[in-house]
Design a protein around this ligand. Structure first.
Ligand code: ATP
Ligand code: MG
Length: 403
């Protein structure tokens, strides 16, 4: 069953049990725009206990806030009881939820285009917030007073930037002004939630205008305060040259293209990223310009290739070159060199291991690491190919540098 069919089935089940049930929020927006929704959320007047009884497989983590996840096939659907939310003490979780009508539920949502409901059986739209007009005019506007709505949850400021850029909408004037005034409060939001929005902004082809918008709204200045205008001007130019499908770490590294590695890593600490993302960003920034090095040895190339980050590095450097109006043939050449290599030759096991080096007379300690590295580099450069050649290499090395 398709995602949509499963969602309709959930609506029908709730309806047959005497409840009201409607598609809600983002999926209605996407449908009205002629796009396939990523996921379907359902809003209902049934309380969580009733929802749980009606479906065979459910998750109850958010039941206290009126949200039950219903599982059908491999899909997950959020079935949320119509509610109002009050008292956002931490700018995130409402202290209390009160079950309410569909109209009241619309009013707690963030933007007018995200505040509509749709009845897929009667094919009827419920628009209590003038979302259709804003959708038609391609405008992001908070439901109600922007300053009040942002104060309830400052993350909405980043969501405004995300939707405006991904959908290519403009932010309504009063909503925009309120973001500019309140931007400093974004640091009250957890780094993880900020990171989710940043990923959404940076993985979309509109990433350059997304970052420009983060700057215009003062949001970037609030949570990445050390980025200078010069840094962001260059970053935006390079972001605009990245391939559409670029990943989060590549685009994030690009935001710091004009910064030192350590400075960049300190700035992104606020995002509480996974180690994988952090090391990818670090690698890209640390290896800027290396692909342009005419003397890049075979061993250097293999080490770069062994990281899994090589493709990102090529895209990064290509974008840097293009933004500067400089040639990219060096990168094309390196790519050709890389693709001519056999994958088994990229990171072969060392011809001799550490124990063997010590047996050959290398003193335990830092010398072993230095010798192992020198030998492995020679091996990657194809200067030594057999164990015998490795033994000779070690002898020469020990004679020259001592044990
Ligand atoms: P996407 O297509 O990116 O998932 P979406 O509009 O579905 O966009 P979600 O984060 O999945 O966004 O949220 C679903 C709906 O819940 C939104 O359309 C909106 O109505 C409401 N919503 C989500 N987050 C907030 C928030 N921080 N404040 C108010 N309403 C919100
Ligand atoms: Mg959604």
């Amino acid at each position: 069953m398709s995602n949509r069919d499963s969602a309709i089935k959930i609506v029908t089940t709730l309806r047959d049990a005497g409840f009201q049930a409607l598609f809600a929020g983002g999926c209605v927006r996407d449908m009205l725009m002629g796009n396939e929704p990523k996921d379907y959320d359902i809003a209902t007047d049934a309380h969580p206990e009733a929802v749980i009884k009606l479906f065979r497989r459910t998750l109850h983590i958010g039941a206290k806030f009126g949200v039950v996840m219903v599982l059908i096939d491999s899909h997950q659907f959020e079935v949320a009881t119509f509610r109002t939310e009050t008292g956002y003490v931490d700018g995130r979780h409402p202290d209390t939820v009160e079950f309410a009508s569909a109209k009241e539920d619309a009013a707690r949502r963030d933007f007018t285009i995200n505040g509509m409901f749709y009845d897929p059986i009667e094919e009827k739209l419920y628009d209590y917030v003038d979302g259709q007009a804003d959708l038609k005019n391609r405008v992001i506007r908070t439901i109600g007073d922007p300053a009040d709505r942002f104060a309830e949850d400052y993350l909405r400021m980043l969501r405004a930037v995300r939707f405006a850029n991904r959908l290519n909408f403009t932010i309504d004037d009063s909503t925009f002004v309120a973001i500019g005034k309140l931007a400093g409060n974004i640091t009250n939001i957890s780094g993880e939630r900020i990171a989710v929005e940043m990923e959404s902004i940076l993985t979309h082809p509109s990433r350059a205008s997304g970052v420009a918008c983060l700057i215009e709204t003062n949001l970037a200045g609030a949570f990445l305060p050390k980025l200078s205008k010069e840094d962001t001007d260059l970053a935006i130019n390079v972001l605009a040259k990245l391939p559409d499908q670029s990943g989060f770490a590549l685009a994030l590294a690009t935001m710091f293209v004009n910064c030192q590695v350590q400075a960049a890593l300190e700035q992104i600490e606020i995002l509480k990223l996974s180690n994988e993302h952090i090391s990818r960003v670090e690698f890209l920034l640390a290896n800027r310009q290396r692909l342009l090095d005419e003397n890049l040895s075979l061993a250097d190339l293999k080490v770069l290739l062994a990281t899994n980050y090589f493709d990102d590095l090529c895209m990064f450097q290509t974008a840097i070159q293009q933004a500067a109006g400089k040639p990219t043939d060096a990168i094309t050449d390196v790519r050709a060199r890389a693709s001519s290599l056999d994958s088994k030759d990229i990171a072969p096991p060392p011809l001799l291991n550490g124990n063997e080096l010590m047996e050959l007379g290398c003193k335990p300690g830092p010398a072993v690491g230095r010798l192992a590295k020198a030998m492995y580099t020679a091996q990657l450069n194809l200067e030594i190919k057999t164990k015998d050649q490795a033994l000779q290499f070690v002898e020469r090395w020990l004679a020259e540098y001592g044990s």
